[in-house]
Design a protein. Structure first.
Length: 367
């Protein structure tokens, strides 16, 4: 076997390549404050683009500029309505929680409907005065008002309100111009790749993009439906924070099975309901577990196989096996990447091993 000799020329080229990479990384880090708004705009454009194309091509809005403005207006209106509809009831519920904490755990009023061991554990291990202060409606309102500016300051590296507003305007401007010529910009990177590797690079990026798009569209639909099911279930059993808590569990479901985290606040809300209504704590917990069980059965037995199976081209058994394997290997991150990664692996196996130009439907024959 012939070994390739390392010449002085190839060694110098290697050193120069390493220095160029280090220089680029340093430059990106140095310009992060300038580049970050652009990357945020790219993410926003990526999410808004399907809505823009829907208005332009499905609803026949002839002008791309008009489609962009309509899409942004619809998105802003939806978020505003969701905030107006959901936030005030949630704040009211927190006020009720505060009253219950005051009555049953701070003033020491008898709570016969709460198991004594649980009540004693709460009193001994949780500073209820601090919790009560945190749940003050005025504090919650102030916290909500301050969340967005503080979150934005993380991205803009500035706590100055004027600078933050200017940065937000720049992001919106970037987003607008990216959406204006999205197709050309999205495919323009290929021209930067050497001709020798261009076709393969385009194919890989296309497969990854298609796999991720199918996965996130499917998972978002599953999460939304799961959230709606939890809302309905909690309303039926008259559970506290029924709509807000149900939608929160649905949001957690963007990562498969992360809704199990919601069992902890479920126990706390069950305690508060038992203290407020006089119902038996264990019966309330039983009712909530019935809701969790029914929604999980619908999710695993119907929603995931039908929606994710159709989106990814994988059947239910392979989906569950994929989640188990990748989740075991990489934990939380594994659950996120499981289905798109499995879809890509199956796609490349069929393309390069079986030499089949596959599509999501054709994957059923393999999986």
């Amino acid at each position: 076997m012939l070994e390739k000799k390392i010449t002085f020329d190839s060694f110098i080229r290697g050193i120069i390549s390493v220095l160029i990479i280090i220089g680029i990384l340093y430059l990106v880090n140095y310009l992060s404050g300038v580049l970050l708004p652009f990357f945020i705009a790219w993410l926003l454009a990526y999410m808004i683009y399907p809505l823009v194309t829907f208005f332009q091509y499905k609803l026949k809005v002839k002008n791309r500029v008009a489609s962009i403005f309509i899409a942004m207006l619809v998105l802003l209106t939806t978020l505003t309505l969701a905030f107006v509809v959901l936030v005030p009831p949630i704040i009211d519920e927190f006020g009720k929680v505060k009253e219950l904490l005051t009555t049953y755990f701070i003033e020491g009023t008898q709570q016969a409907h709460i198991p004594g061991t649980i009540a004693n554990f709460i009193k001994e291990n949780i500073n209820m005065a601090q919790v009560q202060n945190a749940l003050n409606e005025e504090n919650i309102s102030n916290m909500i008002r301050s969340i967005l500016p503080k979150a934005w300051s993380i991205f803009t590296h500035s706590v100055n309100a004027i600078v933050s507003i200017f940065a937000a305007f720049i992001v919106l401007l970037y987003t607008f111009f990216i959406l204006l010529d999205y197709e050309t910009i999205a495919s323009g990177w290929a021209g930067l790749v050497p001709q020798k590797y261009r076709e393969m690079s385009i194919r890989i990026v296309s497969d990854v993009k298609e796999g991720m798009n199918r996965y996130f569209r499917g998972q978002a639909l599953v999460a939304f439906l799961v959230g709606v099911l939890f809302c309905i279930g909690f309303i039926i059993i008259d559970f506290p924070l029924a709509i807000g808590f149900g939608l929160f569990i649905g949001l957690l479901n963007m990562v498969p099975y992360l809704q199990l985290v919601a069992l902890v606040p479920t126990v706390l809300l069950s305690l508060l309901k038992a203290a407020d209504t006089g119902e038996n704590f264990w019966l309330i917990m039983l009712a909530t577990l019935v809701v969790f069980t029914i929604v999980q059965i619908i999710q695993d037995g119907y929603l995931v196989p039908r929606i994710m199976g159709k989106m990814t081209g994988l059947n239910a058994a392979v989906i569950l096996l994929s989640l188990s394997i990748w989740g075991t290997l990489f934990g939380f991150i594994g659950l996120i990447i499981a289905l798109p990664l499995t879809t890509i692996i199956v796609s490349y196996y069929k393309r390069f091993i079986l030499h089949i130009n596959n599509s999501p439907r054709q994957n059923d024959s393999l999986t």
